[in-house]
Write a protein that binds this ligand. Structure first.
Ligand code: IPE
Ligand code: IPE
Ligand code: MG
Length: 245
């Protein structure tokens, strides 16, 4: 069934990145520029996410993983954190209406134990409801930190060694990757960060070892189809060598 209405620029699917990871940054500055409260920037950011996921799915990208809340974002004011939690809840409640209808599978990575029961329930509900959708997997990284993820994997493997389930000599990159939150997806081919910041901010540290990076000064709420296409075109012009020649 043709599930997407708008058809973006045609690409040869085999050359497209399978997995695009996005650091959605600049919501606050977007609001500030307009003399609006920061939450308005986050709202505009959620709209941009809905549009970009549809567009990328339509283009033929299989996995999109977006950084929505980091393990460090709890440091923000109580007002901003609780505003973000309300927005998250609202997003999850409407997610299948916005995305599920377009055959999007929604997954969440990160330590969700710190969220309210209501948010946790919504995560379970949305993941279950969209689990058989096949066109694109949109993963929300929530209370996610790359170091936290690596530590968890290490502890997990240590327990398996201790209980005799795993032999220490069998610990390799494949086994380690299988203990990460991202066990169901390939490593990101392309990592996009908006708003002009050029750092990873603890995102997908293990997984991005050979990713291509694309930085743009565009603030996340202004990032749309045109900007996404530009990032893909730039990616297609890169020469990936993976250490070979
Ligand atoms: C990104 O926008 C969204 C989150 C981190 C939740 P910011 O809120 O970081 O926006 P800036 O960086 O302050 O402009
Ligand atoms: C990274 O953005 C986290 C998310 C986009 C969710 P931040 O705005 O939190 O990162 P820093 O503080 O500028 O490094
Ligand atoms: Mg920021």
């Amino acid at each position: 069934m043709a599930l997407f209405k708008k058809k973006p620029k045609e690409y040869d699917k085999s050359s497209l990145p399978k997995h695009v990871a996005i650091i959605m940054d600049g919501n606050g500055r977007w609001a500030k520029k307009r003399s609006l409260p920061r939450m308005m920037g986050h709202r505009a950011g959620a709209d941009a996410l809905r549009k970009v996921s549809r567009f990328a799915g339509n283009m033929g990208i299989e996995y999109i993983t977006v950084y929505a809340f980091s393990t460090e974002n709890w440091k923000r004011s109580d007002e901003e954190v609780s505003g973000l939690m309300s927005l998250l809840l609202e997003y999850l409640k409407n997610a299948e209406k916005e995305l599920g209808a377009d055959d999007v599978r929604i997954r969440v990575i990160g330590d969700t134990s710190r969220f309210s029961d209501e948010i946790k329930e919504q995560i379970v509900r949305v993941e279950k409801l969209t689990q058989n959708n096949t066109s694109v997997t949109v993963t929300l990284a929530l209370n996610y930190g790359g170091r936290d993820e690596i530590l968890r994997a290490a502890k997990n493997i240590a327990l398996d060694v201790k209980s005799g389930l795993v032999d220490i000599n069998d610990i390799d990159e494949k086994l380690f990757s299988s203990k990460l939150y991202t066990d169901y997806m390939p490593d990101p081919d392309l990592v996009i960060r908006t708003s002009g910041e050029m750092r990873l901010s603890n995102y997908l540290l293990w997984q991005s070892s050979y990713s291509e990076f694309y930085f743009t000064p565009v603030l996340w709420p202004d990032f749309g189809e045109k900007e996404f296409t530009q990032a893909i075109d730039e990616y297609l012009s890169r020469n990936r060598r993976f250490g070979g020649r």
